[in-house]
Ligand binder design. Sequence first.
Ligand code: ATP
Ligand code: MG
Length: 389
Amino acid sequence: MADVVLKDVEKVYAGGVKAVRGAHLQIADREFVVLVGPSGCGKSTTLRMIAGLEEISAGTIAIGGRVVNDVAPKDRDIAMVFQNYALYPHMTCFENMAFGLKLRHFPKEEIRKRVADAAQILGISELLERKPKALSGGQRQRVAVGRAIVRKPDVFLFDEPLSNLDAKLRVEMRVELHKLHERLATTMIYVTHDQIEAMTLGDRIVIMDQGEIQQVASPLSLYDEPYNRFVASFIGTPAMNFLDGVLEAKGDALEFVGDGGEVRVPIGAEMAKKLSDHAGKPIVLGIRPEHIHDEASGAAVKAAAKVTAKVEVVESLGDQKVVYFAQGAHTFIGKLDAHVPVESGRPMCLIFDANKVHFFEKVQGRNLTCRVERYEAPDLAKLPQPVGA
Ligand SMILES: Nc1ncnc2c1ncn2[C@@H]1O[C@H](COP(=O)(O)OP(=O)(O)OP(=O)(O)O)[C@@H](O)[C@H]1O
Ligand SMILES: [Mg+2]
């Protein structure tokens, strides 16, 4: 069992930088959890505290039920893969992968077997006698992962391991890591600032901003139920649009009226109940670009809000086009089918899907219609089974 628990963990660096504040996190055994957030938000610091490479300033960290606050990194049964693979240039791949085991005085035969097994899993058996300089970036990355695998740790920690690779290789290695997790059935904690990598790899994702955890949830609930405006804008490309306005009472119902009065979005009964305290107050409407339609494709939308806006810029992505619109004081982005006729500088009639909008507090940014808790529990049934179980 290697679950990882962080309770009230804080990190204050010398000089007073509060890098991590009040971190609560419960990572299940065999789970793949991704820490994601903008540069400087405290991802690496959190990972390094779990590894024991950074002292914690307050709180508790437990691995496999054992508090490790005062346990040295080498005694924590974890293996870490860094962004710069840090392979020894004068050693062959075999020697690089074997090095940690040798230091721990493993018998020669056991070392040979473990390295051979790891090399087979990673598809680098042919490369074992080469030195790192004779390898491609992706191959070096595999050797670095192999060096971690041979240890058979309880927990793998990855800090942006793919960021030195080109886009195509990143996607390939991402798939490999996914398979590796299924195969090893080991707890993995992975740091990245790339939201696509986070969404595709994580059983659950931890979104951080300015040293604080903003939300912990599965990729789908992050997308559907962002806890606050930060999460809403971080997940999804192009990012969610935000429009300032007020909620107006209309009989028993509510209607969002955007600043300037032109954008009007009716609010369904269920949502209106949650928002009743906010009638007459400033509020922010959030709508994703994929929930803005042209008139033809919007005909199927049940709760349609019509908005006329001027086309500012059109970006073609091949199968789709990303269109920048302006409507009075509002600007927003729509993602439309590539074949929809769109002309820069012209007004266009759009359909907002009113069932897909979110409402945020204007100042604090809380999502007022979010139906999930800030910390979602892991789905244990979905985790890979250990081999032989
Ligand atoms: N050794 C240190 N001494 C002082 N401040 C530090 C130290 N290491 C990191 N910091 C600060 O702590 C904060 C969090 O840093 P951290 O490296 O955890 O961010 P990160 O989320 O990993 O960012 P990135 O995506 O750029 O790697 C930053 O403000 C950083 O400047
Ligand atoms: Mg970092």
